[in-house]
Design a protein around this ligand. Structure first.
Ligand code: HEC
Ligand code: HEC
Ligand code: HEC
Ligand code: HEC
Length: 348
């Protein structure tokens, strides 16, 4: 998404390593933005994990971008490799890098995850930062905060807000020597007055859809105790199975699985998702039970055997496991559950 938004440089934050270094680097390369971090290191080598600064040519000026995270930041990651990552002291890191960077760049911009107050203090204490953007914090100042005085010059500290709620624009008038003469700053809240970008909306919808499918599949899998295929599959209803499996169907018809919604109705709980998850078929699964699908309003064959459309394929559950019974017959709802005797009651 950052690629679509046209980001050039991204300061690596504590959550960006969640899916591992490789994934992050691949994403950046594919989306065409650069990753920067001036204080995330590899413990084993003591070297920076990412470029400690990135220089971009902008309107004829060389602009250096640096980025820091809090020293106590916990780098979130699903992979073990984070054990080898460390966050170095912010001031020390910057004091080492900035003099080098100043030789090569006209302007120095710092992306900070330190919080607005700390960012202001930092910019005040460390020479050579022209502009700091503070992110990851709820918006504190909508206008840039000027640090410094006439003599040493001013630095600007801007708040970017958090979670992409704002879009900012900072325009600088810069002298030949790289001094900021004037600035204009705008911050737009990306609220409902801003029309949606179609491509972004499509991507977001795609993502949400995928997430939903994954969740649903996980639930089907947990119930049938086996992997099932994707969301294109359909429940057919017990009477369809009954056309060929007559005796199994008769046996099932007489079992209490075939009347399990009635138990909820008896308690006026037939609307409760909490109860429905065990008392109907495919509650919350693609194509599963809804109020008008009366043929799924009970624990049907497919709740145990999986989607009928998988019949005959590897994804179909020929022999549901004891574990699959226990997803519903748990100690709370079925304290006397004993597979052998229970199976005998519903054997088919
Ligand atoms: C058109 C007839 C027909 C329908 C409809 C049908 N089945 Fe079958 N089913 C069969 C036949 C024939 C076999 C045995 C041949 C085989 O191994 O596939 C079978 C096998 C099975 C098996 C054993 C699978 C194995 O690999 O041992 C199960 C379980 C099963 N069916 C359940 C169902 C369920 C649940 C439905 C409803 C969603 C259903 N069947 C619908 C004809 C049918
Ligand atoms: C999707 C949830 C679910 C799964 C999976 C499930 N059951 Fe049930 N079972 C129920 C519910 C709900 C009832 C109570 C039905 C009612 O009367 O409302 C029930 C009732 C029963 C009963 C009747 C108990 C009684 O005496 O009242 C038996 C026997 C039984 N299940 C056996 C099994 C066996 C064996 C398995 C595994 C092969 C299994 N069930 C898997 C939900 C499930
Ligand atoms: C985790 C699965 C699960 C959930 C959630 C669940 N039930 Fe059940 N329920 C069962 C099972 C399994 C049985 C059968 C117990 C047995 O016979 O051992 C059962 C049995 C019953 C029975 C007794 C049926 C009879 O004839 O004896 C009633 C009533 C009932 N449930 C109502 C509810 C209500 C109301 C809720 C929601 C508050 C609910 N259940 C939530 C699994 C569940
Ligand atoms: C509560 C879960 C549950 C329900 C509901 C259920 N089954 Fe089964 N079914 C099983 C289990 C468990 C087995 C395997 C028993 C064994 O072999 O140990 C099985 C076995 C079968 C088999 C025999 C497979 C073989 O090759 O031996 C067929 C066919 C079958 N079921 C069809 C159906 C049909 C049709 C329905 C609905 C009318 C249905 N089942 C409902 C749990 C269920």
């Amino acid at each position: 998404m950052m690629g679509v938004l046209g980001y050039d440089v991204v300061n690596v934050g504590p959550n960006d390593l969640l899916y591992g270094l490789e994934t992050l680097e691949e994403t950046a390369a594919k989306s065409g933005f650069k990753l920067v971090s001036s204080n995330i290191l590899r413990k084993s080598t003591g070297k920076h994990l990412f470029d400690p600064y990135v220089i971009q040519e902008m309107a004829g000026f060389k602009v250096a971008f640096l980025g820091v995270v809090r020293e106590n930041a916990r780098l979130q990651s699903a992979t073990k490799e984070t054990d080898d990552f460390a966050v170095a002291d912010v001031e020390e890191s910057l004091k080492e890098i900035i003099p080098k960077v100043r030789e090569k760049a006209d302007l120095v911009v710092l992306f900070s995850h330190l919080g607005s107050r700390t960012s202001q203090k930092l910019v005040d204490e460390i020479d050579g930062i022209d502009v700091a953007f503070n992110g990851g914090d709820p918006l504190v100042n909508s206008r840039p905060f000027e640090v410094g005085n006439e003599e040493v010059g001013f630095s600007l500290v801007c708040s970017a807000g958090d979670r992409g709620k704002y879009m900012g624009a900072l325009r600088l008038v810069v002298s030949e020597h790289g001094d900021i003469l004037r600035h204009t700053h705008e911050l737009h809240a990306l609220d409902k007055n801003v029309p949606e970008n179609e491509e972004m909306r499509a991507r977001l919808n795609d993502f949400k859809e995928q997430l939903r499918e994954v969740k649903k599949r996980e639930r089907v899998e947990s119930v049938v105790g086996q992997e099932t295929a994707g969301p294109k599959e359909k429940f057919l209803g017990a009477s369809v199975c009954g056309r060929c499996h007559e005796s199994a169907y008769e046996s099932w018809r007489e079992s209490s699985h075939a009347h399990s919604l009635a138990s909820l109705e008896g308690k006026s709980m037939e609307q409760s998702g909490d109860c429905l998850q065990c008392h109907v078929t495919g509650h919350k699964d693609p194509g599963g039970y809804s109020v008008n699908k009366t043929d799924l309003a009970m624990v049907t064959c497919e709740q145990c055997h999986g989607y009928g459309t998988l019949h005959g394929s590897d994804g179909f559950v020929a022999r549901p496991t004891v574990e699959s019974c226990k997803t519903c017959h748990d100690t709370e709802n079925s304290p006397h559950f004993d597979y052998a005797s229970y199976w005998e009651t519903i054997a088919h």
